[in-house]
Design a protein around this ligand. Structure first.
Ligand code: DP6
Length: 359
């Protein structure tokens, strides 16, 4: 009691740097919107070089709050368009995060890639924010958690589903699958036993369109609710999980490549056949895909594409063949990108807790 009353007058602070991720099998559709449970299991590679850094200061206040109170800045500027999602997240964790009732939060976030470059930042952002919230609640209550990372994965999902996979250097698996006993819908778990050969793989994000998406992922997920193809998609995603987990373990490249590309195209196909019917690919998205197919057919090099819910193309490739692949990217793919923009990332990398001295 006395300990809490001392803490109440002290500002609490926490800071984390978290990686983004790119799904190999896509999360597209929710079982339950309010609790953010996925309609199918998904798996992603963590992108260690595309990160969000988030610092949360929790200022004690005199009255007991009736709802979360926060200020948010992206790259030192207020960003009102992010506030509804952050508010929804804080409301969802409100019951279990008692510090929210006595503290106002000042949340500062920045990405190491330009915002508006068309790279989904919410996975990295909510992963970092969730880690800060877990840390702050532990500081406030004085009660350590047995598995803080699992708890951070669980609550980050309540901010943005894909964020829960951004907690591990290993591929993140979210959603029940018969192949991984501990995999569940509430939080992601790391996939163990990936073949060593995938450790040299990298991702190049080719920026076809740097503008904000016309349809958000959250709206996109909703389109599965009244979609006559939804059940077939969930069955297909299940099959993709079977194939990809096996391919990752055995380094079965033909299956890996086929499944990853099929998943990317199924994601966009679901957009096209949804009640709202929309297209997020641009002509140059397709032109890049065609070039990748032709190049692979001619060279047999280990590379494939995947897509997020947008026009940009992720080129996944084995960096042991980097010279030839970079040459191809520079000569054939960058001319199809907006201002020849691209971002390169290694795979893997855990979130990092940052020192909060002088923050
Ligand atoms: C296409 O995690 O952004 O990137 O849970 O509504 O925040 P919300 O959606 P979000 O959806 C990501 C969808 C995706 C595929 C994936 O990352 O699995």
């Amino acid at each position: 009691m006395e300990r809490n009353s001392i803490k109440r007058v002290t500002k609490l602070i926490s800071s984390y740097k978290s990686p983004s991720n790119i799904a190999l099998v896509k999360y597209w559709g929710k079982k339950n919107k309010g609790t953010q449970l996925p309609a199918n299991a998904s798996i992603s590679f963590t992108l260690s070089d595309l990160c969000a850094t988030t610092t949360v200061e929790a200022m004690p206040c005199d009255e007991v709050l009736t709802e979360p109170s926060f200020m948010f800045q992206l790259n030192d500027l207020p960003k009102a368009s992010f506030e509804p999602k952050i508010k929804a997240f804080l409301k969802r964790i409100w019951d279990n995060y008692s510090l929210l009732k006595t503290h106002r939060l000042f949340i500062r976030s920045s990405n190491n890639f330009p915002h508006g470059a068309g790279i989904a930042s919410s996975a990295a952002g909510f992963s970092a924010l969730a880690l800060c919230m877990v840390d702050l609640q532990v500081q406030f209550s004085g009660t350590p958690l047995i598995d803080a990372r699992r708890e951070a994965s669980r609550i980050s999902r309540l901010g943005s589903g894909s964020a829960c996979r951004s907690m591990f250097a290993e591929p993140g698996v979210w959603g029940e699958t018969k192949h991984i006993e501990e995999a569940c819908d509430e939080y992601a778990v790391p996939m163990t036993g990936m073949h060593e050969s995938f450790k040299s793989w990298k991702d190049i994000v080719l920026i076809v369109d740097a503008s904000e998406k016309s349809v958000s992922s959250t709206e996109g997920h909703q389109q599965l609710d009244n979609n006559i193809y939804a059940e077939s998609r969930y069955l297909s995603a299940k099959k993709s999980m079977d194939l990809i987990l096996d391919a990752l373990k055995k380094h079965n490249l033909p299956t890996f490549i086929h499944t990853v590309e099929s998943e990317a195209l199924q994601l966009h196909a679901m957009m096209m056949v949804s009640p709202m019917h929309f297209i997020l690919m641009e002509p140059n998205t397709l032109a890049i895909i065609q070039k990748i197919w032709t190049f692979r057919k001619e060279t047999h090099l280990p590379l494939c594409f995947t897509l997020d819910a947008g026009a940009n193309v992720h080129l996944l490739y084995d960096s042991r063949e980097e010279d030839k692949i970079i040459n191809f990217v520079e000569n054939e793919l960058l001319p199809l990108c907006s201002q020849k923009q691209y971002f390169c990332s290694n795979l893997g990398g855990n979130p990092i807790k940052l020192s909060t001295i002088e923050k």
